[in-house]
Design a binder for this molecule. Structure first.
Ligand SMILES: Nc1nc2c(ncn2[C@@H]2O[C@H](COP(=O)(O)OP(=O)(O)OP(=O)(O)O)[C@@H](O)[C@H]2O)c(=O)[nH]1
Ligand SMILES: [Zn+2]
Length: 342
């Protein structure tokens, strides 16, 4: 592999603007995040760097400044993909940074699910990435175009492609989104063909084992999150199948994906219209004359509830943490005061 320049690694004017003129500190792009180090690529080759804070603050795709041993600065991200981590403690988890395009991979079969696509589209919109829907296994159905139309209906902004991921020439149709230093991230359920696409785009043979016939969901074959060079001269981020995907803090992303509904709500007679049975409800009117699908309205409500719930539980967890700290200090003062009062 010839060594890419900063621009070849994805450095852009967005990062230049964060530096003082003439600042020539060495730069590196993070390709993998480990427990106590980050692995990075520089125009001079790979580097293993220590970080001043927990490595959890860094994401694959991040740009940093460094002194050869330590990260000295984390650059503001151009885009970021994050989700609420699975588990009892509400916490945002970074998935990837500085991703130009989010490639949402699903197959032309039972994996295709409108609600899940909208969820990923909202994450792409909230993170600032271009949305793309890649429909694999088009070779196994006569209805690939129908799937494409259904996907396109969810977001007019998204690029929608149907293909057989196992055919390298077809997979290489993704090249325009991962060439000249541009970064593409692939997300989607296990078994939809992310590894197959990655192999074709990078020329690197990762372990793709055939999924068992009786296991429609597929086996988990992706080892770790990583940034890889593509044959087209860009970058590819492949994240492990994202199960338990939860939204949080992506209200703007939801508004963008469901712009059709949000536009309608502005025409409702009442500002606090719940779009149930209120007179003059523009949303119900659109359902009535077939401009809006009632199921889409229901999915919009459900995602909105989920986002509010998760965002609130994260805010509440932070508030509880702060309150516990305060109580500790105040408890002491109040005890002193009580004793003095007696
Ligand atoms: N017929 C057909 N098979 C495909 C296509 N894409 C992937 N497959 C097959 O589906 C299986 C799973 O593909 P993978 O690339 O491993 O799926 P993945 O998304 O990487 O799965 P995880 O690593 O578990 O996240 C493999 O047997 C692939 O050969 C396609 O477009 N058409
Ligand atoms: Zn209404």
């Amino acid at each position: 592999m010839n060594t890419p320049t900063d621009a070849g690694l994805g450095w852009s004017a967005h990062f230049d603007r964060q530096l003082d003129a003439g600042d020539t500190s060495p730069r590196a792009r993070i390709v993998a995040v480990h427990r106590d180090r980050v692995e990075a690529l520089t125009p001079d080759g790979p580097a293993l760097l220590r970080t001043p804070e927990e490595t959890g603050h860094y994401a694959v795709g991040d740009w940093v400044l460094h002194d050869g041993v330590h990260v000295t600065r984390l650059m503001d991200r151009e885009t970021v993909i994050q989700r609420r981590s699975a588990g009892p403690v509400a916490k945002d988890q970074l998935i990837a940074a500085n991703v130009g395009t989010l490639g949402i991979v699903t197959s032309c079969n039972d994996d295709f699910n409108e609600a899940r696509l909208e969820r990923y589209l909202a994450i792409a919109a909230a993170g600032g990435c271009l949305p793309m829907v890649v429909l694999t296994k088009a070779d196994l159905t006569d209805e690939a175009d129908d799937y494409a139309r259904r996907a396109q209906r969810l977001s007019p902004l998204a690029t929608v492609l149907t293909l057989d991921a196992r055919e390298p020439e077809e997979a290489r149709r993704l090249d325009p989104w991962c060439r000249d230093g541009q970064t593409l991230a692939l997300v989607g359920s296990s078994g939809v063909g992310k590894t197959t696409l990655q192999n074709a785009l990078t020329g690197i043979e990762a372990a793709t084992r055939g999924i068992r016939e009786d296991d429609a969901k597929g086996r988990h074959t992706t080892p770790a999150r990583a940034l890889r060079r593509t044959l087209a001269g860009g970058w590819l981020i492949d994240t492990p199948g994202m199960r338990e995907l939860q939204l949080s803090g992506v209200a703007e992303g939801i508004a963008e994906v469901f712009a059709d509904i949000e536009d309608l709500t502005t025409a409702c007679r009442f500002r606090d219209c719940a779009h149930e049975a209120e007179p003059g409800c523009a949303v119900q009117a659109a359902i009535g004359d077939g401009r809006l699908d009632a199921a889409r309205l229901e999915r919009w409500r459900k995602l909105g509830r989920e986002d509010r719930y998760n965002s609130e539980s994260i805010a509440q967890a932070r508030a509880r943490f702060r309150a516990a700290g305060k109580m500790h200090r105040h408890g002491k003062t109040r005890g002193d005061w009580k004793r003095g009062d007696r």
